[in-house]
Design a protein around this ligand. Structure first.
Ligand code: MLT
Ligand code: ZN
Length: 413
């Protein structure tokens, strides 16, 4: 575990007493974990760069149990850190100090599924989709009151049909300095025009990502080597219609010369194989060394400029500088790897990356959230008034500030 030092002080919350443990045992019989060995993993984040020192983990099964736990914690001024899969990228899911870990692992039952509306009611929480079950289980229940039931969350629906296509771009002439990202963008706009309503993903990754996935995970690229790769997915309701449209697009893209190679998948095995190349980049980066991660929203035309800029700026100080992400959302995952954490490399990256992003009116957190890592840079993409409002809203729902303290909101605001 590589540990960074953060200048954070423990807030004056209570510490868990024998009486608290007895109370928790009454609320969740058999769901109170205090074994230090069992507490190791939930104290460490997925990237293995942050570590808390919680001594208690609770495993409720129902909203009522969560409610009772939170009522007790509120009365006793005990801080609580909710935790789901603990796969977060910004340290939002692990305790900073000794916060009680409230695990949702046992809230995994589907209580009801409405086939007409597509609404799902998991684990005793509110009807939610897309892993947002924690919102009500934690956010609104600091005083142990259950929010009004029956409200529908946003329901995201994803059809099962999908075909994907992986493409490669050629660099127009060695040493020309053109990275080919312009062609990626051109293909993106053509793609939107031709696949419109059935397009469900447009992902890109650069050559270094593909090399790292090959080196660390032994995944082979099914297309020829190239500066950029794109993964396109469609999810229409008629597979034949999807394939026909994708076929036209493929023909057009190859014919126009923007794309040098491509492969298409409709069977699940190959679909999975292509997605693995893109989805496992994070894992490959983690095996490459210490990772500095940035999750930025940027205007697509400027999206890759920061990657090129950083390669020049960092030179040999960085092991690798890579760019990949959800181009369809204007979301760049900018990652820098090094042999180990180094304060001087951090100083070369920050605040430069954030200032650059602010200069593009971008956002310092696109999809990973703010958590522990990004809370003090939120000001680069939110005005002071918005931060104040966020603080006020949080105080309204969580007057003692016991819910996931040290996260999301800036330490000074
Ligand atoms: C991804 O898009 O692969 C995930 O957000 C994880 C990451 O950014 O590393
Ligand atoms: Zn992502």
């Amino acid at each position: 575990l590589t540990r960074e030092r953060y200048p954070v002080r423990r807030l004056p919350f209570s510490t868990v007493s024998k009486q608290d443990l007895a109370a928790f045992e009454r609320i969740v019989p058999g769901g109170v974990v205090t074994d230090p060995e069992a507490l190791q993993a939930p104290n460490v984040d997925w990237l293995r760069t942050l570590r808390g020192c919680s001594k208690v983990l609770l495993r409720p099964r129902t909203s009522e149990e969560v409610s009772h736990i939170l009522r007790h914690c509120h009365e006793r001024n005990l801080a609580v850190n909710p935790q789901g899969g603990n796969t977060g990228m910004v340290g939002g899911s692990v305790p900073v100090f000794d916060e009680i870990i409230l695990s949702t692992a046992r809230m995994n039952r589907v209580l009801s599924f409405h086939s007409v509306s597509g609404g799902l009611r998991p684990g005793g929480a509110e009807p939610v989709c897309g892993g947002t079950g924690l919102h009500h289980a934690a956010g609104l229940r600091s005083q142990g009151q259950l929010p009004h039931r029956g409200k529908r969350g946003n329901q995201r629906w994803r059809p099962a049909v999908s075909s994907i296509w992986l493409t490669a771009w050629d660099c127009p002439g060695p040493g020309s300095g053109c990275p080919g990202f312009a062609e990626v963008l051109q293909t993106f706009s053509t793609c939107k025009g031709m696949l419109g309503e059935i397009l469900s993903a447009f992902e890109f990754m650069d050559a270094v990502c593909m090399q790292l996935v090959g080196r660390h995970l032994h995944l082979a690229s099914p297309v020829q080597e190239s500066p950029f790769y794109v993964l396109i997915e469609t999810s229409g309701s008629n597979a034949g219609h999807d394939a026909e449209k994708l076929g036209h697009f493929l023909e057009h893209a190859l014919g126009s010369g923007l794309v040098t190679d491509g492969t298409m998948a409709t069977d699940q095995r190959k679909v999975k194989m292509l997605w693995a190349l893109r989805e496992r980049i994070t894992e490959a980066l983690s095996r490459d060394g210490y990772v500095y991660k940035y999750d930025l929203s940027l205007p697509v035309e400027r999206l890759y400029d920061i990657v090129t800029d950083l390669r020049a700026r960092l030179g040999p100080h960085a092991k690798h500088v890579v760019g990949y992400g959800h181009l369809g959302d204007g979301n760049l995952h900018l990652n820098v790897t090094a042999e180990a954490f180094s304060p001087s490399l951090l100083a070369a990256l920050e605040p430069h990356v954030y200032e650059w992003t602010a200069g593009q009116q971008g956002s310092v957190s696109a999809e990973h959230g703010v958590g522990f890592r990004k809370r003090d840079v939120l000001g680069y993409s939110k005005p002071p008034g918005a931060l104040q409002l966020m603080q006020q809203l949080k105080a309204l729902l969580d007057p003692k500030g016991i819910l996931n303290p040290y996260k999301t909101l800036p330490s000074q605001a």
